[in-house]
Write a protein that binds this ligand. Structure first.
Ligand SMILES: Nc1ncnc2c1ncn2[C@@H]1O[C@H](COP(=O)(O)OP(=O)(O)OP(=O)(O)O)[C@@H](O)[C@H]1O
Ligand SMILES: [Mg+2]
Length: 496
């Protein structure tokens, strides 16, 4: 049977952690199988083993009824198994086209046939309705666009088994729609798909079955036609209480803590003006490329502005720099934790104290003992699953890395926080914990700007929502008087 995959008693032990424990399951061919479980439950480990990226400690696998073991990713490739991993693997300094055809560039004689390369890349991109020029360097793309390029690349291998590890975590609604169409087409052609996500609604749109792992153990599999969100949550967690939002407080609009006027930076955004008030959670909605991240980066001083004025905590800031803004009390958790949020090789401990070193140190000196209370506090409050805080942050599961990024900034006791997609890759329970922390901090006076591609989340969490469309601020809405369809329409079209 083409595309049938079976795990038999597969385990994977790392120092101090049993990431996967006696996992057995058969994935039937030509279906879409969701793989779910909380952060750190072993999902990525299971698919890394199947993809040849990691070696199992014990157990076997079979593909199409034949036993296999992949020593390297290329062996898995040769067997038709193509994987889009959770942490993206594009080469930033190469073009989109080169990345798609890396290692198999079309040639004419001894030379790379660039015209052919760009033609083929353009055809693949167009099939996904992506308006990305194949000659563009990957480093100039947003995280979501990079995610799409990685998916296009995977498709170009014509896989018989396609594994997607949280492919939509940085995508907005429209791109998710394109991806889903594509996955359905592949399924119709007989491709087996294993799909990891933390977005519950995606299961019911796309998946045929749902397999749940918990603490490295296989919990069970159900047909989506027999499943309900409540049932799946129960399989994953036992039970999760939905975070109860404290009653919405009237925000005091006497004096804004942050005020921006006519901010422009071509071509990303134009004439952006808004206020952020003490204790307010201000949502920011928009499609991929609408300019949300770019606006935050410019206010934080990470990118220069063409024009505009910023006032922060009562002070006019002429030329913001990250250092100056941080000193004034602004914290920023970026959407791309791999690039800018974390030092992958450094210890979890060090990553949690990175931003607040100057607060913790006395006369310029610090040591682990002095830092430990701040580190322990964030591990406890954010429920970060760590075996040992002195291990490199790269040993954490994706969702737990995300929590480290947030904990690092909360340790700076900021006045204002910019949360750029804070729940990216974070499981349902951890998400609720992050929202509870945002609300609790807001009640204590922290103001925040919250960017999310999940509109339901914005409506749940924010006091007020700004909508960006093609780099312009096109609307401001209140969650109490706006529904999901209206907000979606604003993001898509830029008007009601
Ligand atoms: N290289 C490593 N060294 C040590 N421990 C590791 C390593 N890689 C993963 N682990 C541990 O294995 C466990 C399972 O991790 P895995 O990445 O499979 O989780 P996941 O289910 O994909 O989670 P998420 O939803 O957060 O991505 C975690 O406890 C993680 O810390
Ligand atoms: Mg993972």
């Amino acid at each position: 049977m083409r595309g049938a995959i079976e795990f038999k008693d597969v385990s994977k032990a790392y120092d101090g952690t049993l990431a996967l424990s006696h996992f057995s399951h058969a994935f039937a061919p030509a279906r879409v199988h969701a793989l779910m479980g909380r952060n750190g439950s072993g999902k990525s480990t299971a698919i890394k083993i199947l993809a040849g990226a990691v070696q199992p400690s014990s157990g076997t696998m079979s593909v199409n009824g034949r036993e296999v073991s992949f020593a390297t990713p290329s062996e898995a490739f040769a067997a038709g198994i193509v994987t889009v991993h959770q942490e993206l693997s594009l080469v930033p300094s190469l073009s989109v086209g080169e990345n798609i055809f890396l290692g198999r560039l079309p040639r004419r004689g001894r030379f790379v046939d660039w015209a052919e390369l760009h033609k083929r890349a353009a055809a693949l991109l167009t099939e996904m309705e992506l308006e990305i020029e194949p000659r563009r360097l990957v480093e100039t793309l947003s995280l979501g666009q990079q995610q799409m390029v990685e998916i296009v690349k995977a498709m170009s291998f014509a896989p018989s088994v396609l594994i997607l590890d949280e492919p939509t975590s940085a995508l907005a609604a429209r791109e998710v729609g394109h991806l889903f169409e594509l996955v359905r087409r592949l399924k119709a052609r007989g491709v087996t798909v294993i799909y990891i996500t933390h977005r519950m609604n995606e299961l019911f749109e796309l998946a045929d079955t749902c397999t749940v792992v918990r603490d490295g153990h296989y919990v069970g599999t159900i047909e989506i036609s027999d499943a309900s969100p409540a049932k799946i949550v129960e399989m994953m967690f036992g039970d999760v209480a939905k975070a109860s939002r404290p009653a919405r407080r009237a925000v005091n609009r006497a004096a804004p803590v942050l005020s921006v006027r006519h901010l422009s930076r071509a071509p990303a955004f134009t004439d952006i003006s808004f206020e952020l008030y003490p204790g307010e959670v201000l949502g920011m909605a928009g499609l991929l490329g609408a300019g949300r991240t770019e606006v935050l980066r410019a206010i934080f001083g990470a990118d220069p502005l063409d024009s505009g004025e910023i006032s922060f905590a009562g002070q006019r800031v002429d030329k913001p720099t990250p250092k100056r803004m941080k000193a004034l009390g602004l914290g920023y958790t970026p959407e791309n934790r791999k690039e800018v949020g974390l030092v992958q090789m450094a210890a979890i401990h060090d990553n949690l104290i990175l931003a607040s070193l100057d607060r913790v140190a006395r006369a310029g000196f610090t040591n682990r003992a002095r830092e430990t209370p701040s580190v322990t506090r964030q591990i406890r409050e954010l429920g970060i699953k760590v075996a040992d805080p002195l291990l490199p942050v790269s040993t954490l599961s994706g969702g737990n890395q995300q929590k480290v990024v947030i904990g690092n900034w909360l340790n700076t006791a900021p006045k204002v926080m910019f949360f750029d997609e804070p729940s990216r890759g974070v499981d349902l329970q951890a998400k609720q914990q992050i929202f509870e922390i945002m609300w609790a901090e807001a009640a204590a006076g922290l103001s925040s700007i919250f960017v999310s591609s999940e509109l339901e989340e914005l409506l749940d969490v924010a006091d007020r929502i700004l909508v960006l469309h093609h780099g312009r601020l096109v609307a401001e809405v209140t969650p109490q008087t706006t529904n999901l369809t209206e907000l979606y329409q604003l993001c898509m079209e830029g008007h009601p």
